[in-house]
Design a protein around this ligand. Structure first.
Ligand SMILES: NC(=O)C1=CN([C@@H]2O[C@H](COP(=O)(O)OP(=O)(O)OC[C@H]3O[C@@H](n4cnc5c(N)ncnc54)[C@H](OP(=O)(O)O)[C@@H]3O)[C@@H](O)[C@H]2O)C=CC1
Ligand SMILES: CC(=O)N[C@@H](CCC(=O)OP(=O)(O)O)C(=O)O
Length: 346
């Protein structure tokens, strides 16, 4: 049994980690932090966890966290950077759900996140925690940078086509929509029920902070000698709580062949990627609360365009489920431990 610490246990990804860990036979949450709720019992704040946890939130403290085998950061960007050098030097394994270690170039990170990077010297040892690409490096890593929620849905959709050199990397388009929990639990007027319900809007069209992460990750899977990736990414806010639906467009550079077979073969051994039968339209509700990414691929009217539909739960495969998948790989557990459940319907 490994002992787990969670920094940021009161946020949406923090409580999703707690929900999933309650079902994990080889990991036990020992330290759960919140500055605002220190001293409050976890199950008093989150009654869905009654009977599962006998713990109180505590103020984050490196000494206490260092007693854990693995520490998850479920905190806003900038927080993990501040505590990371000390935790790493003490040999703790860390899985960061924030964006702090996702982008290899600290200057690019600083441009998009509006602050200097707190510990650029640790960036080279951070492994990008997308198991479908980096499984071997994850197994040996001390520091995991969990992918963003949009980047998970979008990369898994484009990867088979880019790896096979079948689409033009210079002209990728991703139109994606997220439920409101993607914005976190902090109060913001834009996310009030009266602002969001019965409406639909794009945001970040001029440039969203996930763009550099996406272009880096998509570029990593290209065949050697390919043109660099240029992606047009437009996120949208959907009037629902959980889920991301990404619609991806690419221009085929060669005769496509059997795209369905390509996708099925690429993900045949992946426990958390489900390629739907040809002609299917995956729905966000089919992945609600589970770690699955569900995909389908089309070549409409055979006019040289490929369209991929990709759905995930932003809090599960887009954050906390993927973080636990990484933990399972790092500690040599079966990768699906604690995560092998069907989605909630209806
Ligand atoms: N929501 C989503 O769908 C996804 C989120 N992420 C990322 O995961 C991270 C967490 O997101 P989410 O759960 O939505 O965020 P929330 O805003 O819901 O929660 C943030 C948590 O961090 C704690 N926290 C805030 N500031 C600090 C600080 N300075 N030091 C220590 N703890 C702090 C808060 O508790 P307190 O202030 O009481 O200490 C709270 O528990 C973010 O980086 C986000 O970008 C990644 C993928 C998807
Ligand atoms: C709906 C919404 O606001 N979504 C957030 C992205 C989700 C998120 O938390 O971003 P990370 O995956 O990088 O942590 C946004 O657009 O900023």
């Amino acid at each position: 049994m490994i002992q787990v610490g969670i920094v940021g246990g009161t946020g949406y990804t923090g409580v999703e980690l707690l929900r999933l860990l309650a079902n994990h036979p080889q990991a036990e949450a020992k330290v759960i932090t919140s500055r605002a709720e220190a001293g409050v019992r976890v199950d008093a704040m989150y009654p869905n966890l009654r009977g599962f946890y006998d713990l109180e939130f505590t103020v984050p403290d490196v000494d206490t966290l260092s007693g854990c085998d693995v520490v998850f950061f479920a905190t806003p960007h900038g927080v993990a950077q501040a505590m990371m050098p000390e935790l790493i030097s003490r040999g703790v394994r860390v899985i960061d759900l924030s964006a702090d270690f996702r982008i290899r170039d600290h200057e690019v990170w600083a441009d998009w996140y509006g602050q200097p990077h707190g510990c650029p010297e640790l960036l080279p040892q951070a492994v990008y925690g997308l198991p479908e690409v980096n499984r071997e490096q994850i197994a040996g890593a001390q520091l995991i940078a969990c992918p963003g929620c949009y980047p998970t849905a979008i990369q898994l959709g484009f990867i088979p086509l880019l790896e096979a050199g079948l689409i033009d990397p210079k002209d990728l388009v991703a139109s994606a929509a997220s439920g409101v929990s993607g914005a976190g639990r902090q109060a913001k007027v834009d996310n009030l029920m009266a602002e969001v319900t019965d409406s639909f809007k794009a945001y970040g069209c001029g440039g969203h902070r996930h763009l550099p992460e996406l272009e880096q990750g998509l570029g990593d899977v290209l065949p050697v000698g390919s043109d660099p990736v240029q992606l047009t990414f437009v996120p949208h806010l959907l009037p629902m709580v959980r889920g991301i639906h990404a619609t991806l467009f690419g221009n085929l550079t060669a005769s496509a062949g059997d795209l369905q077979a390509l996708f099925e073969a690429r993900y045949a051994d992946e426990p958390f990627v489900d390629v739907m039968p040809a002609g299917s339209h995956p729905q966000t509700r089919s992945v609600k609360s589970v770690n699955t990414c569900r995909l389908s691929v089309f070549e409409p009217q055979e006019r040289g365009k490929v369209v991929v539909l990709s759905v995930i739960d932003n809090l599960t495969k887009g954050a906390s489920g993927q973080a636990i998948q990484n933990m399972n790989i790092m500690f040599g557990f079966d990768e699906t431990t604690g995560l092998n459940l069907p989605g909630l319907l209806p």
